[in-house]
Design a protein around this ligand. Structure first.
Ligand code: NDP
Ligand code: MG
Length: 380
């Protein structure tokens, strides 16, 4: 029986992680969880899974739930997130929060030698070097949940890193893949939230529409697979059937395929190196699909992807700025304070004024993250 701590239990990845735990009651037990503000759903999750420990964003919510569930320990805020991440009975931490708020709890969980199933890519983008160093020092595995990285991780089994020619990340193109830049000027939040293939949280859906999601994933792949940026390619593939691939020196390409269903990579991270059946998953029928399409990525059309490559290659605190500026700009767009195309302008401005700090420590990362958000908000 594997005991699981789950950060972000009420979100898109969080609830799909609950599906997997529910499907295999003999394999997994949900022992601790964190949520944000969705207290109605939290109540249902507590009743179904009866965890030991629950953290909410707000103190008032923790207090209200404590009165309802006297046998469960409640905590809150950033400290609460950390308590859930390091909960002593858990072997695996599933990090499914959105944003760089996941960084500190992840570092703490690594120090406590938890296996980390990581969906929270912003943590790897903002401080990938710190996370990877800490994981190496503590001999902790970071198992990817992001579908592209899970695909690469699966294709890598039994292979050697030295034989890799390049990684090929596939991209669906997001909600606006068939629109020109001009047509993007007046798009609404509602249109941007309408992703063609995947149903996800709001922030990552906007990231998919701006292509920043793929940019963040390039940096995520750089850290998870210690791969140079010039060996990471992005390929438009609108069907989202090939989840990503590895090209080897001998020209062979190994890909992982499936219908778009995040429960598959979530389950693989939880069962690795084993696999379990997933009876409720839609099986892929290539004969029904008939054709798959691929297209070269246009870096001028998708400026955020270019910013991410540039920030990643420069290293230091540039990826921290990229991530924090993006989080603040996307939040502003969702709140109606910025237009869709302003997202990339805001990020570009934050990157252009930043004085890069090479090899930043934890405190510098936190500082730059905070300053960047402040700067973006001052521009709005
Ligand atoms: P959601 O927005 O659906 O869920 C986010 C979760 O984190 C919710 O439980 C939310 O709580 C909680 N949360 C948000 N902010 C805070 C905070 N400040 N403190 C504590 N908890 C917080 O996001 P997704 O599930 O879509 O994405 C989660 C991560 O996984 C992201 O990093 C994303 O990039 C990555 N990912 C997601 C995929 C997907 O298909 N959704 C695919 C691949 C990667 P509440 O709702 O209760 O307020
Ligand atoms: Mg992905």
């Amino acid at each position: 029986m594997k005991y699981i701590s789950l950060m972000g239990a009420t979100g898109s990845i969080g609830t799909q992680t609950l599906d997997i735990i529910r499907e295999h009651p003999g394999e997994f037990r949900l022992i601790a969880l964190s949520v944000g503000r969705n207290i109605d759903l939290t109540r249902k999750i507590i009743k179904e899974f009866n965890p030991d420990l629950v953290s909410t964003s707000e103190r008032s919510a923790a207090k209200a739930l404590e009165a309802e569930f006297p046998d469960i320990t409640f905590t809150y805020g950033q400290e609460g997130l950390i308590e859930v991440a390091v909960y002593h009975k858990a072997q695996i931490l599933v990090n499914a929060v959105s944003g760089s708020v996941g960084l500190t709890p992840t570092l703490q969980a690594i120090k406590e030698r938890k296996t980390i199933a990581i969906a929270n890519k912003e943590t790897l983008v903002t401080a990938g070097h710190l996370v990877m160093e800490e994981a190496k020092r503590n001999e902790v595995s970071l198992l990817p949940v992001d579908s592209e990285h899970s695909a690469i991780f699966q294709a890598l089994q039994g292979e050697q890193h030295k034989n890799i020619e390049k990684l090929i990340l596939t991209a669906s193109g997001g909600s606006f893949r068939d629109r020109t830049r001009q047509e993007l000027e007046n798009v609404t939040v509602k249109e941007a939230l309408n992703h063609p293939n995947w149903s996800m949280g709001a922030k990552i859906t906007i990231d998919s529409a701006t292509m920043m999601n793929k940019g963040l994933e390039v940096i995520e792949a750089h850290w998870l697979f210690s791969m140079d940026y010039d060996k990471i390619d992005v390929l438009l593939h609108k069907e989202s059937i090939i989840h990503s691939m590895i090209e080897f020196h001998d020209s062979s390409i190994i890909a992982q395929l499936g219908t778009p269903d995040m429960r598959v990579p979530i389950q693989y991270a939880l069962t690795y190196p084993d696999r379990l059946p997933l009876p409720t998953a839609n099986r892929l029928s290539l004969s029904e699909i008939g054709n798959l399409h691929f297209q070269k990525m246009d870096m001028n059309r998708f400026r955020c992807l270019r910013f991410a490559y540039e920030a990643g290659k420069e290293g230091g605190t540039m990826p921290t700025v990229l991530n924090a500026a993006n989080e603040a700009a996307v939040a502003a767009f969702l709140e109606g304070k910025a237009t869709f195309l302003q997202i990339e302008d805001l990020i570009e401005r934050a990157l252009s004024i930043h004085k890069n700090i090479k090899n930043p420590g934890f405190t510098e990362i936190q500082e730059v993250d905070k300053e960047t958000r402040k700067y973006i908000n001052s521009l709005l």
